[in-house]
Design a protein around this ligand. Structure first.
Ligand SMILES: [Zn+2]
Length: 164
């Protein structure tokens, strides 16, 4: 298959799944579903997919696996990777984010420096990054309720870290 027919097939499959296909470069494509998946179809050691906001990607991912990754939660304990450090302190990050948007991303309630909490969109237990790229402001009850679940995703099964 030529690169362009691989792309056409990619777009077709992604759109059939109700998602958006984006070509960042000729070798870096994206699937915009409930989660953003970066996809490198021509990587030397097999197509690679990386859920944005998580610590590490997966190799040898089929297109249908990559699409599933865009709508289901990463596995608990999955995506082992290096520890990452949050830049800046907790309340500093909170204040900065409050200036941009002061509403709970789950219920829409207005937040203050005192009521806002930093919620990891992809929970740390699921390999989410501990930095602002993976954080949104939430009220304490919403943050607690989500815990390590991702109820906002359309597919509530987990996608498996192991490749079949
Ligand atoms: Zn809330």
């Amino acid at each position: 298959m030529s690169d362009s027919s691989v792309w056409d097939n990619f777009v077709q499959c992604v759109e059939a799944a109700g998602m958006e296909a984006v070509k960042r470069t000729n070798t870096h494509w994206q699937i915009k579903g409930d989660l953003l998946v970066n996809y490198w179809p021509f990587a030397k050691r097999g197509a690679t997919a990386h859920v944005s906001g998580t610590k590490s990607g997966l190799r040898n991912v089929s297109l249908s696996q990559a699409i599933k990754m865009a709508r289901s939660a990463p596995p608990v304990g999955g995506y082992r990777g290096k520890r990452d450090r949050r830049s800046g302190g907790y309340s500093k990050t909170k204040a900065k984010m409050l200036r941009k948007n002061n509403k709970c991303w789950v219920c829409g309630k207005k937040l203050t420096q005192r009521t806002a909490t930093l919620d990891h969109v992809i929970p740390l237990a699921r390999g989410g990054q501990d930095n602002h790229n993976n954080m949104k402001l939430a009220c304490e009850p919403c943050n607690r309720k989500r815990g390590s679940a991702m109820p906002e995703l359309s597919d509530n099964t987990e996608h498996n870290e192991e490749n079949q």
